[in-house]
Design a protein around this ligand. Structure first.
Ligand SMILES: [Zn+2]
Length: 204
């Protein structure tokens, strides 16, 4: 016997998500079958709302409900420091430390094994943005806050090389890191560890 088409389709959709294998996809699909229909409906609506209402900020690529995210809209934030993070969850983690500068979200790290290259990340737009900001703020600092993983390190190294190849002699480039467990994700670091790592950032 084959599964009904609609159920098969749902399983395939779950399986296409990051980190979901075939067994988990089946379990999730059957969960919705067993639970009441209202829950499935509200889940579908939440998904629809996210895809319709959320976009990426055109400046920093943070998730946003409008063209510019709330960070970029807030002109009271420091405009002479840009913290480069892998994803919006890392941005939220750093935001909790009380950091008041700007961000730039890469949406990933370089990972040749997974086929993630330079053009898959927002590196080109980072360079453009840094040049623009540097023209306004010659004391500009770029904090490379990718995670202390192998991919995070090589991405930070690459970005540093790209930024240093431009004529911005006074640009300060720093790297977050002290105290963060190697191989970990800052999303799971507690606030004081992350705050220490940010305060103790070093010239890179
Ligand atoms: Zn933004």
């Amino acid at each position: 016997m084959n599964l009904p088409k609609s159920l098969e389709s749902l399983i395939e959709h779950f399986q296409s998500l990051p980190g979901i294998g075939p067994k988990t996809a089946e379990r999730l699909a059957f969960y919705f079958l067993k639970e009441n229909k209202m829950q499935a409906k509200s889940f579908a609506q939440a998904l629809e709302k996210v895809s319709e209402d959320l976009t990426l900020c055109k400046e920093c690529h943070n998730v946003s409900e409008s063209e510019l995210c709330s960070v970029c809209q807030d002109t009271s934030r420091k405009q002479n420091v840009v913290c480069v993070v892998e994803n919006p969850l890392n941005l939220i983690a750093i935001e909790k430390t009380g950091y008041t500068g700007l961000y730039h979200v890469l949406h990933g790290v370089l990972n040749p094994l997974k086929g993630v290259g330079i053009d898959d990340l927002y590196i080109e737009s980072l360079l453009k943005r840094v040049k623009k900001l540097y023209a306004l703020h010659p004391d500009l600092e770029v904090i490379l806050a990718t995670n202390p993983t192998m991919e995070g390190e090589s991405t930070a190294m690459y970005i540093k090389r790209v930024l240093r190849s431009e004529d911005m002699p006074n640009l300060k480039i720093t790297r977050i890191g002290r105290g963060l467990p190697t191989g970990g994700d800052m999303e799971y670091a507690d606030r004081s560890t992350l705050d220490n790592a940010l305060q103790g950032r070093v010239e890179f």
